[in-house]
Design a protein around this ligand. Sequence first.
Ligand SMILES: [Zn+2]
Length: 153
Amino acid sequence: MTNGGKIKLTSLVLETLQEYKQFDKGLLESGGVILGRFIKVSKNIVVDKITTPMKGDHQTRFSFKRISPLHQEIITDEWHKSNGTSNYLGEWHTHPEDFPTPSSVDIKDWKRKLKQDIFSGRYLYFIIAGIKSIDMWEGDRRTLEIVKLKVTN
Ligand SMILES: [Zn+2]
């Protein structure tokens, strides 16, 4: 990451992403929000919770739109339950391709989130779960720059 730290996904998060991967032609894109903790000493970030598609979300084979208000409710609940240590970090979705690359719609959405969303840190994180790899990007709220990250477990 830009700050020199690493972003880690817990095994539970990886298992959940794995479940929603579009292995099969009939499967729709899935997505949700990502939540996690900032580790001050190491500057690392641990993603330890994600939300999954809910009733009302818009899913097609090539798009996912988070519409259900439950995602936001979970963000708020987790923040309270954790005494403010579990934060909204960004968004994830799946792609029906082996190695995911963000579409022009993704980049537009991500930049809109960087501009509009209210969140504590300078950066937001975006995960795309392809069929063979799960990749992650860091978006800078000040410059709107989006950089691909290395994912470590
Ligand atoms: Zn996409």
